[in-house]
Design a protein around this ligand. Structure first.
Ligand SMILES: Cc1cc2nc3c(=O)[nH]c(=O)nc-3n(C[C@H](O)[C@H](O)[C@H](O)COP(=O)(O)O)c2cc1C
Length: 193
């Protein structure tokens, strides 16, 4: 059975589909030193239709990898401008790398790579992120093979455990908290905005 927050989130994604930027969310992580670090990433769908696990992709060479290795938790902040609602999603983070031995997860990594555009795949062949800027020609890469993810391509799985859904529309505004409990059920609470 899907989590109770899944339907409001899927509905927001659907109702805001005319705005391509609705598929971007901010993902905060914690650095090894304990500082917050935040960046925009693209929502790549759910792990499967019946899953509550969100997918994103990233580069094994990027700084956030160390954050996730030290603290495999993060918080998504996702604002939908058309319907004026925000989801804050506290989640456990899991990296699915080239070394993943679970066949289902490795297959998900391959499929996600396959479904990217050539230009998205090419970014994984660019020079190392956050290093001193390379010659422009270093970015003229031919698109990598769509069937074989580059080794630095990472699938990032987000398994939510707390969701705070705020809807600005309406009088009064609506706010609902969904919390994953130790008995492995979701608690749903309508709270003041
Ligand atoms: C609209 C937009 C979409 C982005 N999508 C992704 C993404 O899906 N994955 C990713 O790793 N970085 C993405 N980035 C780049 C990140 O925001 C960030 O600059 C990069 O991942 C380096 O972050 P880090 O140093 O914290 O690892 C995106 C940036 C923008 C502006």
């Amino acid at each position: 059975m899907l989590a109770p927050w899944r339907s409001p989130l899927s509905s927001a994604i659907y109702r805001n589909r005319s705005k391509p930027f609705s598929r971007y969310f901010q993902l905060a992580t914690v650095t090894p030193e304990g500082h917050p670090a935040n960046r925009t990433v693209v929502f790549r769908g759910f792990l499967d239709d019946q899953s509550d696990v969100l997918k994103a992709i990233t580069d094994l060479r990027s700084t956030k990898i160390q954050d996730i290795e030290h603290h495999p938790v993060g918080e998504v902040c996702w604002y939908f401008t058309k319907t004026r609602e925000q989801f804050r999603i506290a989640a456990n983070l899991q990296l699915v790398t080239v070394a993943e031995t679970d066949p289902t997860l490795q297959q998900a990594r391959q499929t996600t790579w396959h479904n990217l555009s050539d230009s998205a795949r090419s970014q994984f062949a660019w020079p190392d992120p956050a290093k001193p800027v390379a010659e422009p020609t270093a970015f003229d890469v031919s698109p990598p093979n769509a069937d074989t993810p580059l080794d630095n391509f990472c699938l990032l799985l987000l398994t939510p455990h707390k969701i705070d859904h705020l809807q600005l529309r309406g009088e009064p505004q609506l706010r609902c908290l969904y919390t994953w409990q130790s008995d492995r059920t979701w608690k749903t609470q309508q709270v003041n905005p």
